[in-house]
Ligand binder design. Structure first.
Ligand code: MRU
Length: 360
């Protein structure tokens, strides 16, 4: 997708300098900074401080992390330790574990002198596959938007939460891919973008992405979705996920659950878009999903441009107040209308998922 009219991916490997390049998402939308990750320390830091974020992208970054670790020290013990550190760098998105295990399995089958090339090929393959899968999510989800448009014959209003856009993946995004496909096909769409406190991924990243691709969108405060749905101003919700259980229960950015409840009450279809790298086939009870809690300062301080155009961080809460920053929540399957995947659309249930992923 484009920034300033130029096509980008969120991550790539610079062969000449043997470094990983990323778009530093902590600086968007005000500055476009391409950052070099030179070693495993840089990679783990980038994931933790969210220079890269979004389940598929942190998976891909971790895969490249193993490549950089091998460049640093091609020893089995070292790589094993690094793989555990990577998996723990953010706990909720299952893509981290999925990507690390995928690369580790590949390199366990080859000689020491082949390890680097095989790991690099696998990290690149994870990225290529993600692009292909996200594109397919788009063509599958397009049918839902098209159906609404054919009935309504007017702009389709879609609500999304957080950023499950191309910046959260390698390209296209998950939740946003059907929207980009509809827009490219000439279907009039308009997106209600939840601001997504405290990190503002909706306002800073999703709205930014849509602006760059000329997709009409409006940022709303996180609590606004309910009244919009009651007024009939939302035709459809599409969100992403950091981990979907085989039961169809969905972990995603905190606030997703409340949007699903409002959608359910107002009979607004609520879809979750993801590819197979985000399915957790092992945990059956959603209470067992590790839910990340982050630094409370992400709530009490806000960052933005001041009147002179400089980035400033300011305290907005009483200094003495206790603050809690839970980063994800769970939307039970019963509130989810359907799942949009690279293989097609299905019910949010074990039978639904098995109908698409039979060999699991
Ligand atoms: O904390 P973040 O910004 O990494 O959270 C991202 C989300 O919650 C996304 O919705 C999810 O990762 C899906 S990305 C395609």
């Amino acid at each position: 997708m484009k920034i300033n009219g130029k096509e980008y991916r969120t991550i790539w490997f610079d062969e000449k300098n043997q470094v990983v390049k990323i778009i530093d998402q902590t600086k968007l939308p005000h500055q476009l900074i391409i950052k070099e990750l030179k070693n495993i320390k840089d990679v783990i830091n980038a994931i933790k401080v969210m220079e890269v974020r979004g389940a598929p992208l942190i998976g891909a970054t971790a895969a490249y992390g193993i490549v950089l670790a091998i460049i640093e020290k091609n020893s089995h013990e070292f790589i094993k330790k690094i793989s555990n550190d990577l998996i723990q760098s953010r706990p909720t998105a299952i893509n981290l574990k999925w990507a690390v295990n995928r690369v580790m399995k590949k390199i366990s089958e080859v000689n020491d002198n082949e390890v680097l090339q095989i790991a690099l090929d696998e990290a690149k393959e994870i990225c290529e596959e993600d692009i292909k899968f996200c594109k397919n999510i788009g063509s599958n989800g397009l049918k839902i938007i098209e159906e609404i448009y054919n009935k309504k014959k007017d702009t389709v209003n879609i609500l999304t939460h957080c950023n499950a856009g191309w910046l959260a993946t390698i390209n296209w995004g998950t939740a946003t891919s059907p929207i980009y496909h509809a827009h490219k096909k000439g279907i009039p769409v308009h997106v209600w973008v939840d601001e997504t406190r405290p990190r503002n991924q909706g306002a800073n990243l999703t709205s930014f992405e849509f602006n760059e691709e000329n997709v009409p969108n409006t940022i709303i405060a996180d609590n606004t979705g309910g009244i919009l749905m009651q007024r009939g101003e939302v035709d459809l919700c599409i969100v992403g996920t950091d981990r979907i259980l085989s039961t169809g229960d969905v972990a995603n950015k905190v606030g997703t659950y409340l949007k699903a409840l409002a959608a359910y009450d107002n009979k607004v279809p609520f879809y979750v878009a993801f590819s197979s790298s985000t399915i957790d086939w092992h945990i059956k009870d959603f209470k067992k999903i590790p839910i990340e809690e982050r630094n409370p300062e992400e709530l009490s301080y806000v960052e933005g441009l001041d009147k002179t155009g400089n980035m400033q961080k300011v305290l907005i809460y009483p200094k003495k107040s206790a603050v809690k920053n839970i980063a994800f929540d769970i939307t039970p399957a019963k509130f989810v209308t359907g799942l949009i995947t690279e293989k097609g659309i299905c019910d949010a249930s074990e039978n639904g998922l098995l109908s698409l992923y039979k060999n699991k």
